[in-house]
Design a protein around this ligand. Structure first.
Ligand code: GDP
Length: 375
């Protein structure tokens, strides 16, 4: 027995022979140092407790925030379980922010605008998280924001956190992940959240349903058709900003402003009591940025005083509850192997007019009921 009793351990006893230490070998040249580092890092992550993540996030630790967001984005059930526990604990610390959606066709200047507006916000000592929804990112590979080096200033700003769009998936799935990421960012002290999306598809409806203010960026001299912006998207906007109002473009931008203003007059009054504004800016020259910021603040004063702000957030929470249920049911159904098999078979029969669509659907749904009963 060695030394004092309180430090006694069987393995320190010279008599102990439970452990044979073999001589080490040189690492194989094929072992890639980076992958080992990654492995060790992951191993370390795995051992972090939920509380460690939560404490880190609440302390504004960006590394832990990023790791938690990665868990949110993961499709592995074990990651999802941890992510959900973290979210539940962060939820009471979330909500205290301004959530702003920014949309517009590719090339309109979203990144440039976000950089300009973002710096305007962080220079006031405020913290800004920039997230994105781009369900098409699988197709385009480099996802929205992901490969953008233009937001150079913002990406090195300690008051800003930029997170690219989660990897492609269903819009519902991508949107849910972004919504959960908002919660984590808010808990980490980001009191301003930007959510960027490309204004060409369904994703702006999803973004609209998770933000307090929706900003549509447009260009002058191009009809709405050209810009691929649907009337419905214009109707969702709390403000339209005509970007690139600089150089030779100034006059055209001023004209476009009047045209959009006239178009907005034809839309029905908004539930919030807010009259959507049309502004011009040059994200490149950083002109008109503070006016847009003032407009957003003017809107916030109005909707906070007439309680629409809270009403909208409550409605959004309700919407996302149903969305989450729908998403879960859909996945559960469509990803079931037996269902998938019967669906292929039924589709073939329906196409050949061997059975009717309704009979086929009923058979598939009956099988689903059966599967559920057996589980
Ligand atoms: P995004 O695809 O909507 O994110 O657009 P980007 O921010 O990448 O901008 C597309 C192009 O327009 C880039 O070459 C920018 O430099 C340019 N751009 C963006 N904002 C302005 C602006 O206010 N004025 C001018 N003249 N060019 C701009």
């Amino acid at each position: 027995m060695i030394g004092d009793q309180s430090h006694y351990h069987i393995e320190n006893d010279p008599e102990y022979s439970g452990l044979n230490v073999n001589q080490g070998i040189e690492p194989l040249p094929s072992v890639n140092a980076d992958s080992v580092k990654r492995f060790l890092k992951n191993k370390k992550n795995r051992s972090l407790s939920i509380q460690q993540y939560v404490d880190g996030i609440l302390n504004g630790d960006i590394t832990l925030l990023s790791q938690a967001v990665t868990l949110v984005e993961s499709s592995k059930p074990e990651h999802q379980e941890i992510a959900q526990d973290i979210i539940v604990k962060c939820l009471p610390f979330s909500g205290n922010s301004v959530r702003i959606g920014i949309t517009g066709v590719p090339g309109v200047g979203k990144s440039t605008f976000i950089e300009a507006m973002g710096k305007h916000i962080t220079s006031q000592g405020k913290k800004l998280a920039v997230l994105a929804i781009d369900p098409s990112s699988e197709r385009t590979k480099g996802s929205i924001l992901g490969d953008k080096t233009r937001m150079e200033d913002l990406s090195t700003d300690p008051n800003a956190y930029i997170r690219p769009s989660p990897a492609a998936g269903s819009l519902g799935g991508v949107a849910r992940k972004t919504r959960e990421t908002i919660i984590l960012c808010e808990a980490a002290g980001f009191n301003h959240i930007f959510i960027e999306t490309v204004g060409v598809g369904q994703s702006e409806t999803a973004v609209h349903s998770m933000v307090d203010f929706f900003l549509l960026l447009m260009l002058s001299g191009a009809g709405d058709e050209l810009q691929g912006i649907k009337r419905g998207i214009m109707e969702m906007a709390d403000a339209i900003t005509i970007n690139k109002a600089d150089g030779n473009n100034m006059e055209k931008a001023a004209l476009a402003r009047i045209q959009y203003l006239n178009a907005l007059h034809l839309f029905p009054a908004t539930e919030s009591g807010w009259k959507p504004k049309v502004l011009t800016c040059s994200a490149y020259l950083k002109t008109g940025i503070s006016e847009i910021w003032d407009t957003i603040n003017e809107y916030l004063v109005l909707v906070k005083s007439n309680a629409y702000f809270q009403h909208r957030r409550n409605e959004q929470s309700k919407f996302w509850m149903y969305e989450t249920i729908n998403e879960h049911l859909r996945n559960n159904f469509y990803q079931n192997e037996q269902i998938k098999k019967l669906m292929v078979e039924s589709e073939r029969k329906v196409m050949k007019e061997e059975i009717s669509s309704f009979v086929a659907a009923k058979k598939i749904l009956d099988l689903y009921d059966q599967i559920r009963k057996n589980n």
